[in-house]
Every structure is written in C-alpha cells, then in structure tokens.
Design a protein around this ligand. Structure first.
Ligand SMILES: Cc1ncc(C[n+]2csc(CCOP(=O)(O)OP(=O)(O)O)c2C)c(N)n1
Ligand SMILES: [Mg+2]
Length: 358
C-alpha cells in the first residue's frame, strides 16, 4: 500500500483580455469598460507618459532630484487605478505615478516631491492613497494593517498595494502576505513585475517560475496578467476587488521598465538593446491606442489635442512646484497624525534656536 498522497496542488494562470496582435477574448472583456472609459484610460496613460518625460527632463536640467521613471509601465498604473472603487485605498511603492494621477493628485505635488519637498508626499485625503515608499517593501506590512482596519471597521473598502518584482524578495513582503492570508483581509497586491530590480534581472531574483505563486504558501490566490494591456490589468484588478471581502489576491502584472531605474542609473551597462526594443513593440500605449483607433473612438487629432492640453497643464503645475517655498516645520508635523511630545520638544527647541534660519 502507498502511504503517500497529494496534499496540495496549485496552478497559476496567465491572463490576456487583448493579446499583442489586438485579438480580444470577448468572454473576459469587462462589460463596464465602455469606449468612453477606455478613452479616458488612454488619456491618463498619455498624461502619465508626458508627466514622466517632463520629470526626467527637469532632473537633467538640475531642476529636480533623482527620479524613478514609469515609462512602459503605464498600463499597470492606469488599468488598476481605473478598476478601483471610489473609496478604495492604494498603497504604492515608488513607480506608481499614474495611479496618483488617475486618482486626482494635483500634478504639482508630484513634481514637488521629486524636487525634494516632503510636502509633495502629503497626499490629499480625497486621493485615498498613501505616500510613496522608497524603502523597498516597507509599504507591505502597512498595507495589510490598513486592510485589516477596513475589515475590522466594516468599511466595505479594499486596499490595493503595489510592489516591484525585486520587492517580493523582501521579508516584509512575505510577512505581509502571511498576515493577509490568515486574516483574509481585503487586500489586492499588485506585483509590478518590470523584469528588473535596478541591474538585477528577474531570472536572478528568484527561482520561482512566477511571482504570483508566492501567495500560495500564504493561502492566497494569484494570477499573472499581461501588464502591458490596460484591459487585462483592469479585469484582474476588478475581479480581485469584487472578491476582496472574502480575502486577498495577488496579481503579477508582467510588464517592462523601458527606461532607466532612476535618473542616476545607466541601463546600457547591464542589459541588451535588443531586449528593450522587443518590449518597445509591446508598448502599452500603442496597444490601447490601436484598439481604440480600430473602433473609431480615437484619432490622431484627438491625441494631438489631448497631448497639447496635457503639456500645458504640466508646465503650469511645474511652475507651481518651482514657486513652492518649503517650511522646515513640516518635517515635524508630517510624520504622525499628531505631534508626539518628544517630537514637539524638538520642534520647540528648533524654533527657539532658529535653527532653520542657518
Ligand atoms: C530596503 C531597501 N533596500 C534597497 C534599496 C535600494 N533600491 C531601490 S529600488 C531597488 C530595486 C527595486 O526593484 P523592484 O522592487 O523590482 O522595483 P522597481 O525599481 O523595478 O520598480 C533597490 C534595491 C531600497 N530603496 N530599499
Ligand atoms: Mg522591478
């Protein structure tokens, strides 16, 4: 007799609603994704790309500090943000600029942050988003705590947390998903797998075949989606949000970082041009644009007018950011929801010694 039996079986699926050739799986296509909504998503993807290019340009001119571009990852940003319901809360890493824009963050705050003003990271409450997290993975335990609070308070809201492929190697990631699985919190983890963690390729990051399967050990369902198709990302996020009251989901959005890690990085030192050009042909903007053009709801004229308008807005917002005068006091005020006594003592001390006047 055999005393050995299977006790666990798992599988991860890769989902595309629209493939690289533009073919659609009609059954998967979300019913609520109207042409107008898709055109709105394309506009936001263009805004993300234009605002991103401006930030790189500002850094190159010495008008902004180190910047992490999101070039090529716009479908993950916008596809997921478009699926969020109004009160859902997002917890980003540092390459989700489009999520902020889709949720209405005034652009000058984005530019202020990357110019080095902490005030730019004070996210207005109506955006329902947390500040950027540059320390890799530290947003994950926070996101689970926030999701736990939604469940505890029965708000009916869900939390969407973002992390990079490299971030999923961090202890914080595993600890967070373990907690999320046990407590069945309303959390959607979006792994923005852009194939690189600075110069570390995905293949050397982990021996796991997919990043989505990392949830299995925590009892969390996972799916891989085409992260360069905004419709696929929308569908996966919307499905996960619908099930959020039953527990968490992990979505691995497979995309590609077309640009440098940050403006202080030179990717030509560690990756092949051929790899980059292969992904350029899968550009998420090209894909949604050609779909909408084929349907007759987008045109070159609409695009030109949209981009002109966006560039004017961006210039205006950069002007606001550059005119900003920092108040050093915010480094005391912006850490906690209230100023603890110890910090207040330091603030008083600093004021008494007028230390920020030099
Ligand atoms: C805890 C921690 N370790 C190291 C770094 C330096 N660092 C910044 S980004 C990064 C790679 C992150 O890769 P990934 O999670 O794939 O995100 P991506 O940059 O590709 O969006 C590293 C190692 C950091 N910021 N924080
Ligand atoms: Mg990465």
């Amino acid at each position: 007799m055999s005393l050995i039996k299977d006790v666990f079986e798992g599988k991860i699926q890769f989902m595309q609603v629209m493939d690289e050739k533009g073919d659609i799986d009609e059954e998967l296509f979300p019913k609520d994704l109207t042409d107008d909504k898709l055109a709105e998503m394309l506009k936001l993807m263009l805004l993300t790309r234009n605002a991103d290019a401006k930030a790189v340009s500002l850094q190159r001119q010495g008008r902004a500090a180190t910047y992490a571009p999101t070039l090529g990852e716009e479908a993950v940003n916008i596809g997921s943000a478009a699926a969020m319901r109004s009160g859902d809360i997002f917890v980003p890493a540092f390459r989700q600029h489009g999520v902020y824009f889709a949720r209405g963050l005034p652009l000058h705050l984005f530019y202020m942050y990357w110019m080095g003003f902490e005030e730019g990271n004070m996210i207005p409450p109506e955006v329902h988003g947390y500040p950027m997290s540059v320390p890799v993975g530290t947003q994950m335990p926070h996101s689970v705590g926030i999701a736990f609070a939604q469940k505890y308070k029965k708000t009916g809201k869900a939390v969407i947390a973002y992390i990079g492929d490299g971030g999923t190697s961090e202890g914080d990631f595993y600890e967070a998903i373990n907690f999320a699985g046990v407590w069945k919190v309303p959390l959607v983890v979006i792994i923005q797998n852009n194939q690189w963690a600075i110069s570390m390729p995905r293949s050397k990051q982990t021996a796991a075949q997919t990043l989505a399967q990392k949830g299995m050990a925590a009892g969390i369902n996972g799916i891989q989606v085409d992260g360069n198709d905004a419709i696929s990302v929308y569908k996966a996020t919307a499905d996960a949000l619908k099930n959020a009251d039953k527990g968490p989901t992990i979505i691995e959005a497979v995309t590609y970082r077309l640009g440098m890690h940050t403006t202080s990085d030179d990717p030509t030192k560690y990756r092949q041009d051929s790899e980059v050009s292969e992904w350029q042909s899968k550009d998420p903007i090209l894909r949604l644009r050609s779909y909408l053009m084929k349907k007759g709801v987008w045109s070159e004229k609409i695009e030109n007018d949209t981009v002109d308008e966006q560039k004017k807005l961006i210039d205006k917002e950069v002007e606001i950011a550059e005119a900003f005068k920092a108040d050093p006091k915010t480094m005391f005020q912006n850490v906690y929801s209230f100023i603890p006594d110890e910090l207040n003592d330091e603030l008083k001390d600093a004021e008494a010694h007028n230390f920020w006047q030099g």
